[in-house]
Design a protein around this ligand. Structure first.
Ligand SMILES: *Cc1c(COP(=O)(O)O)cnc(C)c1O
Length: 373
């Protein structure tokens, strides 16, 4: 059997083990400590734009805290990009609120500003102004930030910027994660850099960060004994895992470059294959190309490529199934235009790890060409 090629596997640099060892040597085996501090500082330096980073146990937890900090509560409605991973939407329900799903536009595959505004107008008319907007830079491609932020300002509805897949992507020179009211990152094992599991909340002020950390550490009041006047969570990142993150930040730019190279390789080598299309970067945006996605002419062709790759021990995956089509959200209100459904039907994510070799990429392209030419 040929070597397995994964969709997106962890890729360690040289210093992660050293920082983890530091945690052991100093006995900082706790949900705080010097590695957490260093990791947060390096995220803040990288993202810039005056963000304050709070490292957490997951990106999902970060979205949960972001929504709570923006005042989302029981009975509220939250607008959410439909074309995404379920973790963008699930935390809305943790708070007893309901997601309203909004379809995508064709230029970035992300939140459609036209439908977003239509949905807001509709909900306001029904006497129910939404409390927040969850917008996602899916596969690392920045959403239409200017358009979404203009709507956010016009209706005074804050944006939670789901940058779980977009660390290292930029919009008009600004890093993704710093473009909404609150940003979030994920360091899950398949993301562009990883701590095995983890996430971060990116706040616009020290005060918001302080409140995020407060909620993430069981909402302990300032007293010598344990006193609580809020319900809290156990969402802080371990100092051991933050050691991995500290090392990963040192190679982040290399990881982005490697993933962008994968994309360029695929586009160049599959350009002669009839019917295969790629998502181009709109002017002013730079995607980290977390996953390279192709659009095929039909569901049938998409499946034939996926199965052919599988037979060669190569992992690939259909694009995200839109939330408005998920059984668990069958009762949710949605505003659709058919775009995310078509993407789901015809799209495929190709192996995109930063640790892929030229040989692997050639192997993958050969299977696809053999299937289609
Ligand atoms: C991975 C991911 C998350 C959740 O991050 P976790 O760290 O796995 O909890 C949220 N949104 C999107 C779009 C993701 O891809």
């Amino acid at each position: 059997m040929l070597k397995k090629i994964w969709l997106s596997s962890p890729h360690m640099g040289k210093t992660e083990e050293l920082y983890v060892k530091e945690a052991f040597d100093s006995n900082w085996i706790a949900p705080l400590g010097p590695n957490v501090q260093h990791f947060e500082n390096s995220i803040e330096d990288y993202i810039g734009n005056n963000v304050h980073a709070a490292c957490l146990s997951s990106g999902t937890g970060a979205i949960h805290l972001a929504l709570e900090l923006l005042g989302v509560g029981h009975g509220d409605e939250v607008l959410c990009q439909s074309f995404t991973f379920s973790a963008s939407a699930n935390p809305i329900t943790y708070l007893g609120a309901s997601p309203i799903f909004i379809d995508s536009e064709e230029d970035t595959w992300n939140l459609c500003p036209v439908l977003l505004e239509k949905a807001i107008e509709n909900r306001i008319k029904k006497g129910k102004k939404p409390k927040a907007i969850v917008a996602v830079h899916l596969y690392g491609m920045p959403y239409k930030v200017d358009e979404i932020n203009a709507i956010s300002r016009k209706y005074d509805i804050p944006v939670v910027e789901d940058s779980a897949e977009a660390l290292g992507s930029t919009y008009k020179g600004f890093q993704c994660g710093s473009l909404g009211e609150i940003g979030i990152l994920s360091f899950n094992g398949n993301k562009i850099i990883t701590t095995s599991g983890g996430g971060a909340l990116l706040a616009k002020s020290e005060e918001i960060k302080r409140r995020a950390v407060f909620l993430a550490t069981q909402a302990r009041d300032n007293a010598p004994h344990y006193q609580h006047s809020h319900i809290g969570y156990n969402y802080r990142m371990s100092n051991v895992l933050a050691g991995i993150g500290r090392g990963q930040m040192e190679v982040l730019d290399d990881r982005v470059a490697a993933r962008r190279n994968n994309f360029d390789f695929y586009r160049k080598n599959l350009s002669e294959v009839p019917g295969i299309r790629f998502l181009e970067e709109p002017r002013g945006t730079r995607s980290n190309r977390w996953l390279t996605c192709i659009l095929t002419p039909s569901y049938k062709i998409r499946e034939s490529i996926r199965l052919a790759l599988g037979n060669e021990n190569i992992e690939s995956r259909p694009l995200w199934k839109p939330m408005h089509l998920q059984p668990v959200f069958k009762d949710a209100i949605s505003f659709t235009n058919g775009i995310s459904e078509a993407l789901f039907e015809k799209g495929l994510c190709l192996p995109s790890g930063s640790n892929l070799e030229q040989m692997d990429l050639e192997r993958i392209c050969n299977v696809i060409k053999k299937e289609l030419v």
